[in-house]
Design a binder for this molecule. Structure first.
Ligand code: PEP
Ligand code: MG
Length: 577
């Protein structure tokens, strides 16, 4: 049966493909409901995985009888073989597959949880600890079921079949994994349009819709889906007519995109010859291919926190140095703005979990520069890595979430310390590296003087500036309707910051999502903005707007818009620009 769900449009384009359901808590184990006709095959898959593990254990047992091998090994193999053949593990999950139509991994994990809970109630400590053996055996079977890749995988599907991930929620750390897989699009029940999950979707240039509320429980594995990322619509099992319409629309969009490619080598200058710099936002060094393809003028924002995600240990100074050097060398002399770790709020990293304090309101908590100043060793390691990479090109250092002058001063002290250490170790770096600050807290925008005095450049983070000005959690779909870049308070803060920086001759950019939205290009040019940073996939569309704009005329019109108070009037005038 065909049905349609409406959510928030976060990454435009159209994806047509098969549903792949994943658990909201973790990407480790897929959880989905089978169609009746797939149950037999799933049980066969389950049995085959058990047989594989049985053979593995047999091989281990043979190794165990070799003279010199520890006696514990054969005892351990015996216990694991016994657990593997216990009907509680080998048979009961099959009932779940048959009766509840759970996929094999999910059925197995449910039964494991049940058994572990029973073990935990045993008084005898030795027996209680056997729960670890159960978990280890289950992990072996899961490995056999899913192949070596324990994270999200395409599960043996061919590369030409677009896969659409359906989840209750996805973290930015989950979504960043899609960079290595061919994912056609994704949809989630939770999430806001400028959450980092949505930002990663845009950087991947894959259609995505969030805040659908009921997609995860209603969609079945392998359902045919259409994701309309521009309108925020998910169509499940579309009829032939709708499918045909969308196929047509999709090829039209592809044609429009390929036409835009002609602008790649064009100068980004307005009709009245005002030059505009169009730079790229990246999350990982592997994004550089896309940056080069559109010939971005530089990297305006490298969100380094993504280097810290999906791993158990922190990246060392050398590992970070290599990542930063790769990017700066690839840019061949163009500026590369590296932002120091902006962890916290919706961006978490398991390697940092021990150090992270669980805050009741994480967006207002120990995030970004606050976290770094509270963890000086971690911060120093990153600063050293960035400084060392600055020897290989033009790096600018960007500090997120500043509100207080003392945060700038403490940061500058840390940079001084990192430089002193490198000098003592005779390691080379750019002595005159520029240091800039993100303007993304209203307090910073309203009291800009000290920022202009102490910093070489500014970058306006409109995503957070809007979140904090309007008191809207950018990840919460229930207040997403109130998240409004055109709110007069937001427009004034952005315009004032740009104009004050221009007067002080301090370079200023916008690197939030507003910069990559072609609907706002003319507005920002009219405010006096000359540096934009956005996902590489947006650069040509924004350039298309730039080359058709007249900066002088826009300045006059935008000055009038900034005096308006009525949201509808503002919207209407911005559309007419
Ligand atoms: C912003 O807040 O606008 C920004 C660019 O930073 P992030 O989205 O990573 O918080
Ligand atoms: Mg921000």
């Amino acid at each position: 049966m065909s049905f349609t769900l409406h959510g928030l449009a976060v990454s435009s384009g159209i994806a047509i493909g098969r549903a792949h359901l994943i658990s909201h808590a973790t990407l480790e184990v897929a959880q989905y409901q089978l169609r009746e006709r797939s149950v037999g095959a799933e049980i066969a898959r389950f049995d085959k995985a058990f047989a594989t593990v049985r053979t593995e254990l047999e091989t281990l047992r043979k190794d165990a009888v070799v003279p010199g091998s520890p006696s514990e090994l054969s005892a351990f193999v015996d216990i694991h073989a016994m657990i593997l053949d216990d009907p509680l593990l080998a048979e009961v999950p099959k009932d779940l597959i048959r009766e509840r139509r759970c996929n094999a991994e999910w059925a197995l994990v449910q039964q494991m949880d049940h058994l572990v809970a029973q073990f935990e109630e045993i008084e005898d400590a030795y027996l209680r600890e056997r729960k670890h053996d159960v978990v280890q055996v289950v992990e072996r079977v899961l490995k056999a079921l899913m192949g070596k890749q324990r994270k999200l995988s395409r599960r043996g599907r061919s590369d030409d079949e677009p896969l659409i991930v359906v989840a209750h929620d996805l973290s930015p750390a989950d979504t960043i994994q899609f960079k290595n897989l061919k994912i056609g699009g994704f949809v989630t029940d939770l999430g806001g349009a400028t959450s980092h999950t949505a930002i990663v979707a845009r950087s991947l240039a894959i259609p995505a819709v969030v805040g659908l509320h009921h997609a995860r429980p209603l969609v079945l594995e392998d359902d045919l889906l259409i994701v309309d990322g521009a309108r925020g619509v998910l169509i499940v099992e579309p009829d032939a007519r709708v499918l045909e319409e969308y196929r047509l629309r999709k090829s039209e969009l592809e044609l429009e995109r390929s036409k835009l490619k002609r602008l790649t080598t064009a100068r980004a200058a307005t009709l009245d010859e005002v030059l505009v710099s169009l730079q790229a936002n990246i999350e990982l060094p592997q994004d550089m291919a896309q940056v080069k393809e559109v010939e971005a003028d530089g990297i305006g924002l490298f969100r380094t926190e993504f280097l810290f995600m999906n791993r158990d240990t922190l990246p060392s100074e050398n590992e970070q140095f290599e990542a930063y050097r790769t990017v700066v060398k690839a840019m061949g002399g163009k500026p590369v703005t590296i932002r120091t770790l902006d962890i916290g709020a919706d961006k978490t990293a398991q390697a940092l979990r021990g150090a992270e304090r669980q805050a009741p309101n994480p967006a207002l908590g120990l995030r970004a520069i606050r976290y770094c100043l509270a963890e000086p060793q971690l911060f120093l390691t990153q600063l050293r890595a960035i400084l060392r990479a600055s020897h290989y090109g033009r790096i600018r250092l960007l500090v997120p979430m500043l509100a207080h002058v003392k945060e700038i001063e403490q940061t500058l002290m840390m940079i001084w310390l990192a430089k002193e250490q490198l000098r003592a170790e005779k390691l080379k770096f750019d002595e005159s590296i520029e240091v800039g600050g993100m303007i993304e807290i209203p307090a910073a925008a309203l009291a800009l003087g000290p920022f202009l005095k102490r910093l070489h450049f500014l970058s306006i983070g409109t995503n957070d500036l809007i979140q904090y000005t309007l008191a809207i959690d950018r990840t919460d779909e229930s207040v997403a309707g109130l998240y409004d870049p055109l709110h007069p308070a937001v427009l004034r803060l952005v315009a004032q910051t740009i104009q004050a920086a221009n007067r002080a001759e301090t370079p200023v950019a916008v690197c939030g999502e507003m910069a990559g939205d072609p609907a706002f290009t003319r507005l920002l040019i009219g405010m006096g903005l000359r540096q934009f940073s956005m996902h590489p996939s947006q650069i040509l569309e924004v350039k298309h707007q730039v080359v058709m704009a007249d900066a002088e005329q826009l300045a006059l019109k935008v000055a009038r818009i900034l005096r308006l108070e009525e949201p509808d009037k503002i919207r209407e005038q911005v559309e007419r620009l």
